[in-house]
Design a protein around this ligand. Structure first.
Ligand code: 8YV
Length: 339
C-alpha cells in the first residue's frame, strides 16, 4: 500500500479537524502558535504534499523555491494577501481560502465595533473596573456617546461581508451608502438598501465608515490623512479588513486632535504590533483581529481549509472538487499532467 500523503499544518487548529485529515493523510501539526520564519515555512513545506497555513504565513516564490512535492496550500482566512498566487500557480500549487463561512460573523463583529466605539463601551468599562464609579458623582451629562440609529452608514468595499453589514443596518434605521469598484446588481442593492456613491461622497456623508476592502498595494492607505480630513469630525471609522488599508499614525493623530470622533479597529499595520499612539487613546476600541472568531465560524473555517485539501487529493465526498480554490487553473495543469 502507498504511504499516505502528508499535510503540514502551520497553526494549531481544532483536534477534530486534524482527526478528519488523519483519515486520509499523515498529519504534522504545529502545537504552538507563533510566527514561523521563512526558513521554517520553507522546511515545513518541503516535506509535505499539502499545507494549511495562517495569515501570518507568507507563502511566496522564495518559500516555494525548489519544492517539487507540494500540491496544495489552504489558507485559514478569506483574505489571502499572505499568498503570492502567481508564484503558487507557477509552482503548480493549488491555493484555497475560506470565503462565505465567516461572512456573517465578521459582519456581526463590525457592528460590535461600531456600537462599542460610538457608545464608548471600552473606555467606560476600563473606568468602572478601575473603581472610579463609587464616589465619582457621575453626572447626567457624563459618558455621552453617539447614536447609530437614523445615521448614515458608509461601507467601503461591498463584497459579501460589506453586504452582510449593510443588511443589518435596517434594524438601526440607517441610510446605507457604499463605494465599490463595481456596482452591485440592482436586486442586491435593494436587499441591502444601499446606494452606490463615489469615494469623496462616501467620506463626506458617512457618520459611520466601515472598511471591508481586500488588501492590495493599490488599497494601501486608502484611508490616510487626506481621506480622514474629508470625513465629518463626528464620524466613527471601523476597520475589519486589513491593517495597512488605514494609515494608523494619521488615524491616531485625527482621533487625538478631535478631527474624528472614534474608531473601532480589529486590524493594524504591522500587527500584532499596534501603533503606540492608538494604544494611548480612549476613543479607539481595539481588538486583536478576532472578527471571525466565533466558536462556530472558526471551526467552519478550519473544516473548509481541510475540505479543500481532502478534495484536492481525490478523497472525501467532493473528491476532485475543492470547494473554494483561488487558482483552479492549477487543477487543469494537473489533469494535463503538466504540474
Ligand atoms: C483571519 C481574516 O483568518 O479571513 C480573514 O481574512 O482576516 C480572519 O478571519 C483569522 O483572524 C485567522 O487569522
Amino acid at each position: 500500500m502507498n504511504a499516505k500523503p502528508k499535510v503540514w499544518v502551520a497553526r494549531p487548529v481544532f483536534p477534530e479537524v486534524l482527526d478528519r485529515l488523519r483519515q486520509y493523510f499523515e498529519v504534522e501539526a504545529q502545537a504552538e502558535e507563533r510566527p514561523r520564519s521563512p526558513a521554517e515555512l520553507k522546511a515545513g513545506l518541503a516535506g509535505a504534499d499539502a499545507a494549511i497555513v495562517g495569515l501570518a504565513d507568507r507563502i511566496d516564490a522564495a518559500v516555494l523555491d525548489g519544492n517539487t512535492r507540494l500540491k496544495v496550500v489552504a489558507n485559514l482566512g478569506v483574505g489571502h494577501n499572505n499568498l503570492d498566487l502567481d508564484a503558487l500557480t507557477r509552482a503548480g500549487v493549488l491555493a484555497s481560502n475560506t470565503p462565505d463561512v465567516l461572512t456573517e460573523s465578521v459582519a456581526d463583529f463590525a457592528w460590535a465595533l461600531m456600537l462599542a466605539a460610538a457608545r464608548r463601551v471600552g473606555a467606560a468599562e476600563r473606568w468602572l473596573r478601575a473603581g472610579h464609579w463609587p464616589g465619582s458623582n457621575m453626572r447626567f451629562d457624563d459618558w455621552l456617546g453617539l447614536d447609530l440609529h437614523g445615521r448614515t452608514l458608509g461601507i467601503l468595499g461591498m463584497g459579501r461581508i460589506g453586504q452582510g453589514i449593510a443588511r443589518r443596518a435596517s434594524g438601526f434605521s440607517m441610510r446605507v451608502l457604499y463605494h465599490n469598484r463595481t456596482r452591485l446588481p440592482e436586486a442586491v442593492e435593494q436587499e441591502c438598501r444601499a446606494t452606490l456613491v463615489g469615494k469623496p461622497e462616501l467620506l463626506a456623508q458617512a457618520d459611520f465608515l466601515v472598511l471591508v476592502l481586500p488588501f492590495t498595494q493599490a488599497n494601501r492607505h486608502a484611508i490616510g490623512a487626506p481621506e480622514l480630513a474629508a470625513m465629518k469630525r463626528s464620524a466613527v471609522l471601523v476597520n475589519v479588513a486589513r491593517g495597512g488599508i488605514v494609515d494608523d499614525a494619521a488615524l491616531a493623530a485625527a482621533l487625538r486632535e478631535g478631527r474624528l470622533a472614534a474608531a473601532g479597529l480589529d486590524v493594524f499595520e504591522g500587527e500584532p504590533q499596534v501603533h503606540p499612539d492608538l494604544l494611548a487613546l480612549d476613543n479607539a476600541v481595539l481588538s486583536p483581529h478576532i472578527a471571525s472568531a466565533s466558536e462556530d465560524t472558526r471551526r467552519a473555517m478550519a473544516n473548509l481549509a481541510a475540505d479543500n485539501v481532502i478534495a484536492a487529493f481525490g478523497f472525501g465526498d467532493v473528491a476532485g472538487q475543492p470547494p473554494t480554490p483561488l487558482n483552479p487553473v492549477v487543477m487543469s495543469h494537473w489533469a494535463a499532467g503538466k504540474a
